[in-house]
Design a protein around this ligand. Structure first.
Ligand code: KIV
Ligand code: NA
Length: 265
């Protein structure tokens, strides 16, 4: 395969080809997604929720992100691998931010990092990009700020927040980000942002008029059956499939049906 690069994504935007991105946190899942032709594997800090069972993305550590990222990198032949820098590893100062980004790149072999925020993280962003590390931005409902928002509802519905978001998006492009994620904002605003930038805008709950889409893989597979926001399309119902398999296995063991004569040495 030809490896997807940050330049391929920018080319895809100018050719009008939509970009597909899914989260991945482990080798086996990442292998399936990469082989299916998905362009970008995002080692999201949503691992904190779906892999570790935390309520928010805040607790996951840099070491834990590097563990997930190195598993995904080993699985990827074609996809670009982007890794979230976790909460607390880039906000305090730009030097720490660069150190965190370097650790991710060196220790996992990933191709790019992602950070949440606009003007607030301007210095960190510049420093990481100046070191030659590609950065993806993330605006809108940025989960690392959940305690400031107080709610997971749609962001930037009001004029002031929408204007700040557009200004932040332009700043991220000017600083050298290669792409931008917009999470849970009005479709109309997302369209305006995508039209205002030359770098690709990848949406989650941001409507169809952006340059690509991302979903959390456990959600789109229907493994997290209690989570059903409007933007989520389920492509499988793995919760029920897996539950049936486990129930059947349990029953077979109890009934002394497994293993049978052919399933032994
Ligand atoms: O961590 C994550 O899964 C993300 C995506 C939802 C964009 O940041
Ligand atoms: Na994230």
């Amino acid at each position: 395969y030809k490896r997807i690069t940050t330049n391929s994504l920018i080319e895809m935007k100018s050719n009008g080809e939509k970009i597909s991105m899914l989260t991945a946190y482990d080798y086996t899942m990442a292998k399936i997604i990469d082989n299916a032709g998905v362009d970008v594997l995002l080692v999201g800090d949503s691992a904190s929720n779906v892999m570790a069972g935390h309520e928010t993305t805040l607790p996951i550590t840099l070491d834990q992100m590097i563990y997930h990222a190195s598993s995904v990198v080993r699985a990827s032949n074609r996809s670009l691998v982007v890794v979230d820098i976790p909460f607390g590893s880039y906000q305090s100062d730009s030097k720490e931010a660069l150190r965190s980004a370097i650790r991710i790149m060196k220790e996992s072999g990933a191709h790019a990092v992602k950070v949440e925020g606009g003007i607030e993280i301007e210095n960190a962003l510049s420093r990481i990009i100046q070191a030659g590390i590609p950065v993806m931005g993330h605006l809108g409902l940025t989960p690392q700020s959940i305690y400031q928002f107080g709610t997971y509802t749609v962001r930037a519905k009001e004029e002031a927040e929408a204007e700040k978001l557009l200004a932040d998006a332009k700043l991220l492009e000017a600083k050298g980000c290669f792409a931008l994620v917009l999470e849970k904002i009005p479709a109309k605003l997302a369209k305006k942002v995508a039209e205002s930038l030359t770098i690709p805008v990848i949406g989650i709950g941001a409507g169809p008029d952006v340059d690509g889409q991302v979903l959390v893989v456990h959600d789109m597979l229907g493994m997290t059956h209690e989570f059903h926001p409007r933007f989520l399309r389920r492509y499988a119902n793995l919760y029920d499939e897996m539950s049936n398999a486990f129930t059947q296995y349990n029953a077979d063991v109890k009934a002394k049906d497994f293993p049978n004569e052919k399933e032994q040495y």
